[in-house]
Design a protein around this ligand. Structure first.
Ligand SMILES: Nc1ccn([C@@H]2O[C@H](COP(=O)(O)OP(=O)(O)OP(=O)(O)O)[C@@H](O)[C@H]2O)c(=O)n1
Ligand SMILES: C[C@](O)(CO)[C@H](O)COP(=O)(O)O
Length: 255
């Protein structure tokens, strides 16, 4: 078994049912083209390029007309289901739609469709360390900037202590049934959880933080999309320098 192979493939749930309102425009941001292919395809390839990922459940918006055109490009086994009004609803729908053979106690990855620049070594590190944790784990990056709290007038109300503050990224890795129950509990309590770890924390659990690359960015605004385009071009140039001109221009490769 090569170092990169993790025993037993895991399934990933990819929430891709958002509208991209902060990005603007008519096309949901997960379908915006970068190097000729939608953001979502780059994200799926980054996941499926790792031998430890067995398949992906893509959670689509109800009536999504865009997916059928791209479904063959993902690079591995992909199923789809319909999401809900909030990200947590979509993730829960994806967990519940996974194939029956995915056992209740099996680990499942959850990764934003809007995070196309996942590095293979980060996913490997999450799988290795997260699967040894009794609760699960998330990729995250330590806060390195000074954090200010803004007043209504745009002035600074104060500085937040940044010691031990981390930015949650994705993928996040949890056991299928435990995460489903935690998400259901948060939804039923009317609590808007913004990531899977928050739902688990509400259950009194402490998921492990696994440091990931700062460039595992979430495409939220046009500036983020421009940054991903730059990163992709830089990776392509790097591959050409290494004489890997024919290497698949897959996201998720080494930088
Ligand atoms: N009801 C929702 C809302 C979001 N998402 C997904 O969750 C990920 C992270 O959400 P975000 O970046 O906020 O995407 P949007 O909700 O589309 O963005 P916005 O908040 O600007 O509308 C995205 O891949 C998005 O498609 C989802 O599957 N279902
Ligand atoms: C899950 C997440 O990417 C972790 O940082 C983030 O919470 C998603 O937030 P969004 O507002 O749904 O993009």
């Amino acid at each position: 078994m090569t170092p990169d192979q993790v025993r037993g493939g895991l399934w990933a749930v990819v929430p891709a049912a958002g509208r991209g309102t902060r990005f603007g425009g008519d096309l949901p941001k997960q379908y915006l083209p970068v190097a000729g292919e939608p953001l979502l395809v780059h994200t799926l390839r980054a996941l499926l390029a790792h031998p430890g990922v067995q398949g992906v459940m893509v959670v689509l918006a109800d009536g999504d007309p865009h997916w059928p055109r791209w479904s063959e490009l993902a690079g591995g086994p992909v199923l789809t289901c319909t999401g809900g009004a909030a990200r947590a609803d979509s993730v829960l729908a994806g967990l519940e739609a996974l194939p029956r053979e995915v056992r209740a106690d099996e680990f499942v990855l959850v990764h934003d469709a809007a995070r196309p620049n996942l590095r293979r070594e980060d996913l490997q590190r999450l799988l290795e360390r997260g699967r040894d944790d009794p609760v699960g784990a998330i990729l995250a990056a330590p806060v390195r900037d000074t954090l200010k709290r803004a007043g209504d007038d745009g002035g600074i109300d104060g500085t937040e202590p940044r010691e031990r503050l981390w930015r949650a990224l994705t993928p996040q890795l949890f056991r299928r049934l435990q995460l489903s129950r935690a998400l259901r509990a948060a939804i039923d309590a009317g609590v808007a959880v913004t990531d899977e770890a928050m739902a688990m924390e509400r259950q009194g659990l402490r998921p492990l933080l696994v440091e990931g690359a700062e460039d595992n960015l979430k495409v939220t605004t046009p500036a983020d999309l421009a940054l991903f385009e730059f990163l992709l071009q830089r990776r392509g140039a790097g591959n050409r320098e290494k004489g890997m001109e024919n290497a698949p221009s897959r996201a998720g490769g080494a930088p």
